[in-house]
Design a protein around this ligand. Structure first.
Ligand code: GDG
Length: 467
């Protein structure tokens, strides 16, 4: 029987035509390979006793869903995933909310999903698990006797050793991850931090070929920087731009930011930097506008409500102090915007401002580059703390904590001569193309397929033979 690909992610596309970076990539991969995509059902349920349900069979693969109860949503999703793991991985130990019920919810959902998967698994399936919601999934599957290949990709930053101490003792990331055959991370920096974790673990041994030996298992570890569907984005951005759609008041000096409204994205400091830039500019008749699109996300988590209030206050103050009758310097949209319109806005904007405090990769940075007109490109200002900064070294790299440095970068970007803009764009675009999302999934799956089959050592028999 041929190998099947089984993808697991918390989110699963529910429309016939999925869109957006990761969802698009996995959809395209499964269309080619066939297989199964497993994710949480979009509606919460009252019971969790049922197994995996078929959501759709189309485009040559099957989508299966597992159900989450209200309690699971509270403790597994909002709780342990997004109030413990997310802040811990984004260096916000101060926001970590420890709670036994979160821990139990996380363990319960992973164990239950493993049991539900075991019902449908074949021994030679290739399983590809995505993100921090499922760190222990392989360990749970191994407990149930599944020995087939399992790969894991972490979309967010790998935590530093010191930050890992914020986890409860039972959350043993080193042991959980060692149950995968291949651990994929975004950047070389992430790999270095993961190695640091294993180096400090007395149960682990770092092998010469870069793999990690942990008990009877050997796991591969590599960076696979994720990218975007470059051609699709270039095409969307190149469509004629209808400024009338946007209403009045967009000056030519448009600066754009697009981020889920998340505290890791550094939005308050970005607003402060823009305010500083407006105040510091010599030519007061020159007008620039910052258009910040920040759709809501995880609003049930208190830290997300807090950041929203902070931004609303900053927006009011900045506009109050700087606006003119015919000019609103900061436009802040707390809603989702159509993807094609987004691509066109990226092309229209003179500057793309991407300033997270921590980010696995940051696809917006790549989208901004892909959207530019090669003959008259805008300038990307990029935080050194985004994974994308490891590759997009021709961007104007900034420290997101340094408001003055970001303000200076804005002035530099808006005044940058064409030749320099073209040079920087070409360097970035080369990297954006080299990491196109289809190459990302291909290279991960090729590396997973190349992992040698795990040695299953029947411990009892061996010790019996020796004795
Ligand atoms: C995680 C990691 C990693 C945003 N607003 C709208 C909209 N977006 C789209 C963007 C982009 C995507 O959402 C956001 O992707 P990012 O990579 O920037 O950030 P996360 O959501 O935090 O993603 C991240 C990524 O996983 C992939 O591995 O890069 O580091 O945190 O595509 O364009 N799209 C539309 N309307 C919006 O208002 N249509």
């Amino acid at each position: 029987m041929a190998e099947r690909l089984i993808v697991v992610s918390n989110r699963i596309p529910t429309d016939a035509e999925p869109a957006g970076g990761l969802v698009f990539a996995l959809h395209e991969t499964l269309k080619k390979t066939g297989g199964i995509w497993i994710g949480a059902h979009p509606n919460l349920s009252d019971t969790n006793t049922i197994g995996l349900q078929t959501l759709a069979e189309q485009d040559g693969y099957t989508r299966l869903s597992f159900s989450l109860t209200h309690n699971d949503h509270e403790n597994f999703y909002l709780g342990f995933s997004n109030s413990v793991l997310w802040p811990m991985c984004h260096r916000r130990g101060d926001l970590v909310q420890l709670n036994r019920e979160f821990e139990e919810g996380y363990a319960r959902v992973n164990a239950r999903l493993a049991r539900q998967m075991k019902e449908i698994l074949r021994p030679d399936d290739q399983i590809w698990v995505h993100d921090y919601h499922f760190f222990p999934l392989a360990a749970e599957l191994r407990k149930l006797g599944h020995h087939g290949k399992i790969g894991f990709f972490l979309h967010i930053p790998f935590p530093a050793l010191g930050d890992l101490s914020a986890l409860p003792l039972r959350a043993d990331l080193a042991r959980w991850l060692a149950q995968y055959d291949l651990i994929g991370l975004q950047t070389r920096n992430d790999v270095a931090r993961c190695l640091e974790m294993y180096r400090a673990d007395k149960n682990a041994e770092l092998m010469f070929d870069g793999t990690i030996k942990f008990g009877d298992r050997i796991a591969g570890l590599r960076s696979f920087p994720i990218g975007i569907d470059v051609d699709a984005f270039v095409k969307a951005a190149s469509k004629p731009f209808d400024t009338a759609k946007l209403g009045v008041g967009l000056t030519h000096d448009l600066v754009i930011g697009v981020d889920r409204l998340d505290y890791s994205k550094g939005l308050p400091n970005r607003f402060r930097a823009f305010g500083h830039f407006l105040e510091a500019r010599q030519d007061k008749s020159r007008r620039a506008s910052l258009l910040q699109i920040a759709p809501p996300t995880r609003e049930e988590v208190p830290a997300y409500r807090q950041i929203r209030l902070e931004l609303e206050e900053l927006t009011g103050r900045l506009n109050g102090e700087n606006a003119e009758l015919d000019w609103t310097p900061l436009r802040y949209i707390h809603r989702n915007i159509d993807r094609n319109l987004l691509a066109q806005l990226f092309r229209y904007a003179r500057v793309g401002l991407v300033t997270p405090f921590a980010d696995g990769m940051n696809l917006v940075a790549k989208e901004y580059i892909a959207a530019q007109d090669p003959e008259d490109p805008g300038v990307l200002i990029l935080s050194r703390m985004a994974g994308a900064a490891e590759e997009l070294t021709e961007a104007l790299l900034v420290n997101p904590y340094d408001v003055e440095e970001m303000s200076d970068a804005l002035a530099q970007a808006l005044d940058m001569p064409l030749a320099q803009r073209k040079h920087r764009y070409a360097g970035c675009m080369e990297r954006v193309r080299a990491t196109d999302v289809s190459r990302w999934s291909e290279s991960f799956l090729t590396a997973l397929a190349a992992r040698p089959p795990a040695l299953v050592i029947p411990t009892a028999k061996i010790s019996g033979a020796v004795g």
